[in-house]
Ligand binder design. Structure first.
Ligand code: UDP
Ligand code: MG
Length: 134
């Protein structure tokens, strides 16, 4: 069964959105198979977002993702990687459809509440980074 890495970013934790975000994925029918709250170190942030190294927003991104606790999760289900990306909505909340997490819960590109793996290769890499023992 396919698995994806999914994370509630520090803004989502600060704003008290953990329960309502998890509830959406549970209601959809996906299975939560691992969960932990942690504060990401600068080293881990750079590794997690390695694909964005050198981009103009990289430092802002790593500063933000390390700014407070996140909730890191592994979710399982049929075609879960793509389905969770669809449920997240567009990266920029201004373009995210109503009914999506970002469309309903965020207004800022840099503080867009959630992260989800965008491919099977990314899912395996990110699950390995956050849950080495899975
Ligand atoms: N981001 C940003 N400025 C940009 C592009 C992206 O602050 O111009 C942030 C945004 O919060 C996004 C994260 O960097 O969620 C990672 O970017 P990516 O393109 O991977 O978007 P995602 O996969 O999160 O939708
Ligand atoms: Mg991405």
């Amino acid at each position: 069964m396919e698995q994806t890495f999914f994370m509630i970013k520090p803004d989502g934790v600060r704003r008290g959105l953990i329960g309502s975000i998890i509830s959406r994925l549970e209601t959809k029918g996906f299975r939560l198979v691992a969960l932990k709250m942690l504060t990401i170190s600068p080293e881990m942030a750079r590794e997690h977002y390695a694909e964005h190294q050198g981009k103009s927003f990289f430092n802002e991104l790593t500063d933000f993702i390390t700014s407070g606790p996140v909730v890191a999760m592994v979710w399982e289900g049929p075609a879960v990687i793509k389905a969770v990306r669809t449920m997240m909505g567009a990266t920029d909340p201004a373009e995210a459809d109503p009914g999506t997490i970002r469309g309903d819960m965020a207004v800022s590109l840099s503080e867009n509440v959630v992260h989800g793996s965008d491919s099977p290769i990314a899912a395996a890499r990110e699950i390995g980074l956050f849950f080495r023992d899975l």
